[in-house]
Design a protein around this ligand. Structure first.
Ligand code: ZN
Length: 272
């Protein structure tokens, strides 16, 4: 049984709750950390959210999520950079030490070109990230998203990017939902750890059948991912941060969220 000292929850997980409700409920349930989806800020200024989070006794783990770099036209790509730079500022005001990057993809942009545009996007963000003291985490996404969400799909790719930038402000968010299937996973997690690049660890589960590519993730223990095994790999590789519960699920959002949060806590103890 896990204790809750490493439990963090992403605000998207309990999407029906406004941020002020979510952070109070997480703290009451025994969670110690929160990752804030920018959409959940609503009208609350990041600095005000930071005060609420501190007052609840939670630690801000990350701001979610920037990136989405590729686009066919340069003007569009530049606008994304501007938005990303603003998000770095917002992350700093929120007191988030980390900004998660969903690197992006666009079906109008060929893969090789899109991957180059991702590198250009990261390069454009790193100076501002360093100035703000906000680290960036590349989150490789499952290959089913390579058309429209991310052209970075494996831990190997994320590690390669980290190695080529060699910047202390750039690392990786390991999300079991996206990488569990990878035959190289253990080796690439080990490599990521030896580079000092495991910045975050996200958990949920893979359902069979998955009825919606985006919003049908499972609660830990409901699916086929061996989460304790993957967690043992990231910890063997030196990671000692939070296990962040990040679940998008129409089915689970439709439940009473108090009851759902109680299930999250139980699942965390047993299946993470
Ligand atoms: Zn994630």
């Amino acid at each position: 049984m896990n204790d809750l000292s490493r439990l963090a929850v992403h605000t998207i997980t309990t999407k029906p709750w406004p941020l002020a409700t979510a952070l109070r409920k997480y703290a009451d349930a025994g969670a110690k950390g929160i990752s804030v989806w920018k959409e959940s800020l609503g009208d609350i200024k990041p600095a005000a959210a930071a005060s609420l989070i501190r007052a609840a006794g939670l630690k801000t783990v990350s701001m979610v999520r920037g990136g989405f770099f590729p686009a066919p036209m340069a003007g569009e790509r530049n606008k994304k950079i501007v938005d990303n730079l603003a998000l770095i500022e917002a992350s700093a005001e929120l007191g988030a030490p980390l900004l998660v990057l969903v690197c992006g993809a666009d079906p109008r942009v060929r893969l090789a070109e899109a991957r180059k545009q991702v590198e250009e996007g990261i390069a454009a963000m790193l100076p501002a990230a360093r100035r703000a003291g906000v680290r960036l985490a590349i989150e490789p996404l499952h290959p089913m998203y390579a058309d429209a969400r991310s052209v970075v799909n494996t831990m190997r790719q994320a590690n390669d990017l980290c190695e080529s930038f060699a910047d202390p402000f750039l690392g990786v968010a390991v999300d079991v939902y996206h990488v569990w299937w990878d035959p190289e996973l253990e080796a690439q997690i080990g490599r990521c750890g030896s580079l000092g690049k495991i910045f975050a660890f996200h958990v949920c589960d893979w359902l069979t059948p998955t009825v919606d590519f985006l919003n049908d993730r499972g609660l830990m223990g409901e699916g086929c991912i061996d989460i304790p095994l993957i967690r043992s790999w990231v910890e063997k590789a030196g990671f000692s941060g939070f296990s962040e519960v990040e679940i998008f699920s129409e089915r689970l959002w439709a439940l009473d969220q108090d009851a759902f949060l109680a299930r999250i806590v139980e699942a965390f103890k047993e299946f993470v």
